[in-house]
Design a binder for this molecule. Structure first.
Ligand SMILES: Nc1ncnc2c1ncn2[C@@H]1O[C@H](COP(=O)(O)OP(=O)(O)OP(=O)(O)O)[C@@H](O)[C@H]1O
Ligand SMILES: [Mg+2]
Length: 293
């Protein structure tokens, strides 16, 4: 995907919350239609700031943001919310209506849709996130994971083409994490939604992301496919991140056996394939037998 086809992009944006302290420097990022892009960085590196700039919530002091080739400043709030939805890092910053139904209905109601259309959108959005049964529940009676899913539903009810998610899996248990990633993957694959996600979790991402940006202290220090990024150990560790566990395991195996495994796999299936490429199955079986006897 090249910058020319981008449907959302920043051009050299810099941002400071307080005069004199820049937290983003000259950051240029983009996503093409239907792409799944992740911003990978350690705490305090500027992920949230960059996502909020992309969604038009924060205005950079320098640089520009374009959505569908139009400067973000030329959109009304309601126009922009129909193109770009953002799920904030903390669900409590996003949810405010008394019930789940009212919260998800808030955006479509503001568009002036009929009550029937609003009800259809709410039902559809809650179905997407598997939360129809929570419709009449008060927000304060929801678990953290349920709140996160309701936030996603509230944004989906606006039917945006671009979905921005700030750490969508943070604070979820393994089942919740997997549920959220499968949901986002379906939205991306079946609805062709463009996804931009911030995270510092390196284990799940490579399975889903088409491209990654690595940020360090407010600067974009790396950009490319997951294979390309994780092949560069220095880039990853300099950004205070680590390799995915599966890559680390294969790396250890290479050191232990001197096995000539090509590169470092990012998924279990890929790891198995590469290991089988260089170590024939009968040798693996023989070794396992020897080790267990
Ligand atoms: N409202 C604010 N006022 C002043 N400084 C802020 C504000 N929000 C964030 N910052 C600072 O901006 C920098 C970038 O913060 P940001 O929240 O964008 O990072 P992040 O990568 O999202 O971090 P995390 O992984 O902890 O969510 C940090 O140094 C932070 O202290
Ligand atoms: Mg953040």
């Amino acid at each position: 995907m090249s910058k020319e086809n981008a449907i959302i992009r920043t051009e050299s944006v810099s941002f400071s919350y307080q005069e004199g302290t820049l937290v983003l420097f000259d950051a240029s990022v983009y996503a093409g239609p239907g792409e799944f892009v992740a911003m990978l960085a350690s705490n305090g590196s500027g992920k949230t700031t960059l996502l909020e700039i992309l969604a038009g919530l924060l205005k950079p002091q320098k640089g520009e943001v374009f959505v569908l080739n139009r400067n973000v400043n030329s959109y009304t709030t309601s126009e922009l919310y129909q193109e770009v939805g953002i799920v904030l890092q903390n669900p409590n910053d996003q949810l405010f209506a008394p019930t789940v139904h009212d919260d998800v209905a808030y955006g479509p109601r503001n568009l002036g849709l009929s009550e029937q259309e609003v009800a259809e959108r709410v039902e559809e959005a809650l179905q997407w996130v598997g939360a129809e049964h929570l419709s009449q529940r008060a927000i304060h009676q929801l678990s953290f994971g349920e709140r996160k899913r309701v936030c996603v539903a509230g944004v989906l009810a606006m039917r945006p083409g671009i979905l921005i998610l700030d750490e969508p899996t943070a604070g979820l248990d393994p089942a919740g994490e997997s549920l959220m990633m499968r949901l986002l993957n379906r939205l991306n694959q079946e609805n062709d939604m463009t996804m931009i996600m911030a995270t510092h979790s390196v284990d799940l991402l490579p399975l889903f992301a088409d491209r990654l940006y690595v940020l360090k202290n407010g600067k974009v220090v790396g950009h490319g496919t997951p294979d390309h990024i994780f092949a560069d150990h220095k880039l990853v560790t300099d950004a205070s991140l680590r390799l995915p566990y599966i890559s680390t395991l294969v790396h250890e195996l290479k050191n232990l056996d001197g096995a000539p495994i090509r590169g470092l796999p990012l998924t279990l299936i890929e790891a198995r394939r590469r290991i089988m490429d260089v170590i024939p199955a009968d040798v693996v079986i023989e070794r396992l037998k020897n080790e267990s006897s």
